[in-house]
Write a protein that binds this ligand. Sequence first.
Ligand code: MG
Length: 201
Amino acid sequence: MKIICIGRNYSEHAKELGNEIPERPVIFMKPDTAVLKGNDFYIPEFSDDVHYELEVVVKISKGGKYIQKESAHKHYEEIGLGIDFTARDLQSDLKSKGLPWELAKGFDGSAVISSFFKKEKFNLSSLNFSLLKNKEKVQDGNTQDMMFSIDDIITFVSQYFTLRVGDLIFTGTPKGVGKVNENDILEAYLEEEKVLDLRIL
Ligand code: MG
């Protein structure tokens, strides 16, 4: 299983980090060992600035390569939410040197994934999702603000990477990313339903 992630897919978030609006999707990956087990996230010792990034996650249900946009919807049945934990201090350092981001994005526990839900339950082109930190709303996203839709992303990435059943795609974060501190509680909502409940240690 691989985890493909999209960066800068919400223009307001790209701006908050001082990034340019990309002409095509920004792609990076996390290894399968990044998936957090359980509900406790331990801040790694190599970072003083770990940020949460709440994202819609798509689970691939049918493999393929060179998937056309018209048929992209046939390649996923379920969606959920995830947190793309990012060691921002490390990422900024790597970015400034033009180096890959993996150390800042792919460390153990950096991919938090909720349960998955049948996509038919939702309007995927206008899906609300939000993150609360210590009961205060810090991110409030809607998929209508994505620059590249789920189907666009599948079309794009499948030109480069064969998609397999069980692969996950993190589709990018809206604005409002920020630092986590010890003892924070993160709760994520997909529409009205709480789907993630996380303790920071
Ligand atoms: Mg992200």
